[in-house]
Design a protein around this ligand. Structure first.
Ligand code: F6P
Length: 342
């Protein structure tokens, strides 16, 4: 049996650990051969392959990024894309495909599996942790650790200058990174996309910190929005889709806080630092186990399924369960963090 492997969407720490788990178990236990496809769905679409065997996966466990490359190419949105994918898989004698990706990449796998006879097994990845049907995605823990370290460092410089420090973290639709790193780093305000924020309230929290001679740290997810969205619009930081422009809300918020409280404010946008570099031990563990279980699903012919974490178990779920809707922060969880605000 020949198994194809691809990694699609935004990269994230742990992708290489999954690939290694798949190949090691697939070769050693099942005698499978592998073909790597380059740059997500672009690989099968254009027949762009890369050698994938035991020597190719040696030493990649701690490496960030993906040895296969990634892209956001979507064959369902490409003229004749599905037929091209099927033709190239057949030409490369690929019998099954392991698709490692987020909502978009896995959405293609679900569709191809269900309606076009392409046997796919999915592996969920995203630093945002916003995929349903799995307790955690790998990459998230690493991103939270990076953001937490940044917040720790920003506390000391904020205190030296008695400034407000706004830290913008990733998360367009879900505030998981903001909530977890904000709690772990002792932020004084955490703002997430799921809950529109009241600017007056944010300024009140900021001022209450200064009253007890502490410099406040505000953690804001990139997709967070004020109650009055027009405020942002007036400052021109909305994109043409009506969404807050990526990497815009932190800067906007710092300006507003400065204007309203008279306190000096600075912004740090963590951006892609959160996605780069070596995975944490937890992410290596999770990604490796996802890889081992994904190739087991291929061996079982259990296509159209995705591996998922439930508690400490790895289970199989229909891929569609993960892509049907994103997993957002439960309001009760956010409220729980509120005791530390201000
Ligand atoms: O991987 C998910 C994500 O990191 C989002 O949090 C972020 O908004 C987006 O990707 C950035 O994507 P890109 O690297 O394509 O700019």
């Amino acid at each position: 049996m020949r198994v194809g492997v691809l990694t699609g969407g935004g990269d994230c720490p742990g992708l290489n650990a999954v690939i290694r788990g798949i190949v090691r178990k697939g070769v050693q236990e099942y005698g499978f051969d592998f073909t790597g496809f380059r740059d997500g769905w672009r690989g099968p679409l254009e027949g762009d392959t890369v050698r994938l065997d035991i020597p190719a996966v040696r030493g990649i466990l701690p490496r960030g990024g993906t040895i296969l490359g990634s892209s956001r190419t979507n064959p369902l949105k490409t003229e004749g894309g599905v037929d091209r994918v099927k033709r190239n898989l057949a030409e490369n004698e690929v019998d099954a495909l392991v698709v490692i990706g987020g909502e978009d990449t896995l959405g293609v796998a679900a569709e191809l599996s269900a309606h076009h006879g392409v046997p796919c097994v999915g592996v969920p990845k995203t630093i945002d942790n916003d995929l349903s049907a799995t307790d955690y995605t790998f990459g998230f823990d690493t991103a939270v650790n990076i953001a937490t370290e940044a917040i720790d460092r920003l506390h000391t410089t904020a205190e030296s200058h008695m400034r407000v420090l706004v830290v913008e973290v990733m998360g367009r639709h879900a505030g998981w990174i903001a909530l977890h790193s904000g709690l772990a780093g002792g932020a004084n305000v955490i703002l997430i996309p799921e809950q529109r924020f009241d600017l007056d309230q944010v300024c009140a929290w900021v001022e209450s910190r200064f009253k007890i001679r502490y410099a406040p740290i505000v953690v804001v997810a990139e997709g967070a929005m004020p109650l009055d969205g027009d405020l942002v619009l007036k400052d021109g930081t909305l994109d043409s889709f009506g969404h807050v422009r990526l990497s815009g809300i932190g800067e906007w918020l710092a300006k507003q806080i400065e204007k309203r409280t008279g306190k000096e404010a600075r912004t740090t946008v963590l951006g892609h630092v959160q996605r780069g570099g070596t995975p944490s031990a937890f992410d290596r563990w999770l990604a490796t186990r996802f890889g081992l279980h994904a190739i087991e699903a291929v061996r079982d012919g259990d296509f159209g399924t995705m591996v998922a974490l439930r508690g400490t178990d790895i289970v199989r779920v229909p891929i569609g369960d993960a892509t049907a809707r994103i997993k957002t922060v439960d309001p009760a969880l956010y409220q729980e963090a509120g005791v530390f605000f201000g």
